[in-house]
Every structure is written in C-alpha cells, then in structure tokens.
Design a binder for this molecule. Structure first.
Ligand code: ZN
Length: 312
C-alpha cells in the first residue's frame, strides 16, 4: 500500500514531492503537460437514467475512457512533465454508496500511468461535496493529496486551488480563510522569485466565456470571481485551467486566460471525451484539446511539437 499511496498522494505539506523544488526555479526551456478533467466515474449512467443523485451504480464506460486516456498519455513522446486531473474524479458525493468502489476503480486505472509522469489532483465538488466540511476535505486529502498546493517546474510556478472553498465555505469558513492567507503568501513568493509564468488549476471555472457573465452552477459567484480575477491579474497569472463544465469553453480577463476543458468522462455538450495538451514556452502558453481517439492514434501535432524544440 505504501507504493500506491506514493503514486496518488504526491501533494503533501502544500507542495509536490514529485519534483525537487530547489532544482525547478530556473527556466530550462519549453515543456508540456497534460490536463484532464471530470473522469467522474458514475455520471454517464446517472445522466442516462435521469437520476444524478442515485443513478451512479455502473461506470464501466468511464473505466474504458480513463484507460484510453492513460494509454494515450503513456505513448506520448517526449513525455509530459505531469498529468493533472482537474477534479470530479468520481461522481458519488461524500456519504453516498458507490463512492468507495468508484475511487478504487479509478485508482486501478490511474496506477498504470507511466512512473515518470507524476499524477496530480484537483478537488471537485463531487470529490468533497458542494458544501465541503473539514471531514470531506480530510478524506479527499488522505486519498488524493492536499486540496491546495503549489509547485515549480522549470521556472514556472503552478498553483492548485480548492475552488469549493470559493463556492460555499459555510461549513468550514476557517479553511477558506487559511487558503486565502496561503494564496496571498504564494503570490508574494512568485513575485520575489521572478518566475517565467504563473499557472492556476481549479475545478470550477472563474467564468465560462466572459468575466462579467451571470453566476450559475458552472462558474463562481460574481464578487468572489472579481476578487480572484483581480488578485490573479495583479500577480501576473497567465492562465487558469478548469473542468466542471463537461464542455470546452473559455475567455480572458486582461492578460489572464480562462481555459475550460471538457471531460474525460460524460459529455454535456457536443465535445468529445478528451485531454488538453499544454505547451509552455518562453513567451506563451499554447494549448489544444484532443479527443482521446485522436491523441492515441496520432499523438501531438507538429505545430506543438515544434514549439517544444525551441531553444531557451
Ligand atoms: Zn464539477
């Protein structure tokens, strides 16, 4: 069990054990990573039967899709720096009956990810509940690592946030406050260290298309969103990558790009089951969403590969 724990609980003490942090402050040239979202084991059946509260008793379809995702990633050459899963790992909410089996089945699939590709996880509303508590968050952390943390890769500063604390922290206000204090400290460190870029991962998008759009289930409440956007913008955050919407979307706020990626699992729109390839170069963050079929059969297109070959 020790080995399994190491694979899934790499985020500890608010950082990532996969990278030796003191080696990673310097820019070493372009690299890329893979972003996935919402494998959400159980949603496809629940959605099909029209019972998203109790209909999640089968997830064979999602197991196959997650396996396809892992196989596609393992074949990539060169290898991505990491694979981040932006939340809703499973469908069963805290306290519901299929949750444990869904978690175990997802781990069984993900453990085949190549050992040189660290897995990192972002907590979604289905992972810790729409209104999280200290207990649901602790349960998540013991399974998938810290709910918020930061790390450096080749001069780029990454922040993983728990967006449920911005969605509804009524049952754990002290945890929201702790994340806020930590975030401010992290952004101050980023400024001091003169990082090349700052990139954020969180499950719920700030907004889907426009910074001023109305609040609904799929984005953050407007005043919370405004505060975060301003904080990110001021700190020079280049991009926020999210899931939750089960469709591709996005927009921008000044120089801050909001990227919403569709799901590995259940689609709620016209997109395909897929993954996003994100290339980080000296000047920019370029990304493209690939269907699982396309990524497994053809890999990454020339245009993105050429960016990786640029000299630092
Ligand atoms: Zn979600």
């Amino acid at each position: 069990m020790a080995a399994e724990r190491d694979v899934f609980v790499r985020a500890r003490s608010r950082t990532l054990t996969a990278f030796r942090q003191d080696d990673e402050y310097q820019w070493k040239g372009p690299f890329y990573f893979i972003q996935g979202a919402d494998p959400q084991f159980g949603l496809m059946k629940a959605w099909a039967v029209g019972d998203t509260n109790n209909g999640d008793d089968e997830w064979g379809e999602e197991i196959k899709l997650a396996e396809q995702a892992v196989q596609a990633i393992n074949k990539l050459n060169p290898k991505p720096k990491f694979f981040v899963l932006c939340g809703d790992l499973i469908h069963g909410m805290p306290g519901t009956q299929w949750r444990k089996d869904q978690e175990q089945d997802l781990k069984n699939v993900l453990k085949d990810t190549h050992q040189d590709i660290p897995l990192l996880f972002v907590s979604g509303n289905h992972d810790i509940g729409n209104t999280p508590t200290r207990e649901t968050i602790e349960h998540y952390c013991s399974n998938w690592g810290d709910d918020y943390f930061s790390f450096w890769v080749g001069g780029v500063f990454f922040l993983v946030l728990n967006s449920q604390l911005y969605f509804d922290s009524s049952k754990c206000p002290e945890l929201k406050q702790a994340q806020d204090v930590w975030l401010n400290e992290q952004l101050a460190i980023a400024e001091q260290q003169k990082c090349k870029h700052i990139i954020v991962f969180q499950h719920i998008p700030l907004f889907l298309r426009k910074p001023e759009e109305d609040h609904d289930y799929f984005n953050l409440e407007k005043s919370v969103r405004q505060e975060l956007m301003e904080k990110f913008h001021k700190a020079g955050v280049k991009a926020v990558f999210s899931g939750h919407y089960h469709r591709n979307a996005g927009g921008s706020y000044g120089g801050l790009e909001m990227v919403v990626s569709s799901a590995i699992g259940c689609q709620l729109g016209e997109d395909t089951h897929g993954l996003r390839v994100v290339v980080v170069t000296d000047e920019k963050i370029a990304h493209r969403y690939y269907s699982l079929d396309e990524l497994s059969s053809q890999g990454i297109e020339q245009e993105l590969l050429a960016m990786l070959a640029e000299h630092p």
